[in-house]
Write a protein that binds this ligand. Structure first.
Ligand code: BEZ
Length: 327
């Protein structure tokens, strides 16, 4: 039987703030948080930190259990659980939400930003923050966007431009804006769950993958795919959401506590990507793989064609682009 690891997040620091009134009156509250990533991934760690911080700030009144590695189901399943109120919170890919809210595709507009620091600024800016309100249409409270780095191409063989990719098969995370991006390059977008990606590259099921530096390093993809093109073509944001039912059961001070704590730990997450992205790139170079840097030119007309499809469906692209232009 597969062994499951739940992470109980209790405070390791002395409590400093008074517990909110409702929590004191109602006694303990336990929050369950689901994430798709393994326990060692920064997204999982971020949610453990949220739990520890809430526990400390409420003198133990809030306890949190984080379920990593999709133990409660895949992201569509967790979204249903959050909607039903059987799961309190999720830290989920915006990619999955873009399959339900077209405007979330705005955050995947190619070359909105080209590095993790600008991505963090944009994801905390007024346009993105305003987009969080759209999660109410799904019965959720959007608490804040996080980040999983920038996307790049890792492949079995070298490509000078996107034209060289035509006819190949690339692993993608399955969501419409990215599928269109690959379709426009005439690359067959192939959805493969992360745990199967190494083998898919090893047995030639795919020729490459759309990936971030963290996973290229941690999943050891460089062992099989020896060509990395650092394109920085998209951000890969995620979002902390709370069940609308659970949110409605909190009083104002509890809501503020949860929102502030999530925001503090999202800042921690952004700082990790800022510190580690350059390190992962150096680590990858250290393995002896071929690394080439590329920019918008690599993709030629694909970028305008993508905008032609998505600008009419994703109105926040305009606001994000104008904010990004002043970074
Ligand atoms: C991916 O599908 O590439 C992915 C999923 C979760 C976290 C980071 C990346």
């Amino acid at each position: 039987m597969k062994r499951r690891t739940f992470i109980k997040a209790t405070a390791s620091v002395p409590f400093t703030l008074a517990a909110p009134a409702v929590l004191r009156a109602a006694g303990k509250r336990t929050l369950r948080i689901g994430v798709i990533t393994p326990a060692s991934h920064f997204w999982s760690e971020c949610m453990v930190r949220v739990g520890e911080s809430l526990n400390a700030k409420t003198s133990g009144a809030i306890e949190t259990t984080v379920f990593p590695s999709g133990q409660l189901g895949n992201e569509p399943t967790m979204i249903q659980q959050i909607q039903a109120g059987s799961l309190d919170m999720g830290f989920l890919t915006v990619a999955e939400f873009s399959n339900r809210i077209d405007d979330m595709a705005s955050l995947f507009a190619p070359y909105l930003v080209t590095n993790v620091d600008d991505a963090a600024t944009l994801l905390k800016g007024p346009t993105a923050t305003g987009m969080l309100d759209q999660y109410t249409t799904l019965g959720m409270k959007g608490l804040g966007f996080g980040l999983g780095g920038m996307r790049h191409l890792i492949a079995l063989s070298k490509s000078a431009t996107a034209d060289d990719l035509a006819g190949k098969k690339f692993r993608i995370t399955p969501f419409a804006p990215l599928r269109d991006f690959y379709d426009l390059m005439e690359v067959a977008p192939t959805p493969i769950p992360l745990p199967g990606l190494f083998d898919a590259l090893a047995n030639g099921q795919v020729d490459g993958a759309d990936i971030d530096l963290e996973l290229a390093w941690k999943l050891k993809l460089f062992d099989k795919a020896r060509n990395l093109t650092t394109t920085n073509h998209m951000m890969f944001p995620n979002v902390a959401v709370m069940s609308g039912r659970v949110w409605a059961s909190l009083d104002d001070s509890e809501k503020q506590l949860v929102a502030e704590t999530v925001s503090e730990e999202l800042d921690w997450l952004f700082a990790q990507y800022s510190a580690f992205d350059p390190k992962w790139l150096e680590d990858l170079k250290g393995t002896g793989i071929a690394v080439q840097a590329a920019d918008e030119q690599f993709f030629g007309p694909v970028l305008d064609e993508w905008s032609g499809i998505w600008e009419p469906k994703a109105p926040s692209i305009a606001g994000l682009r104008s904010e990004a232009a002043s970074l």
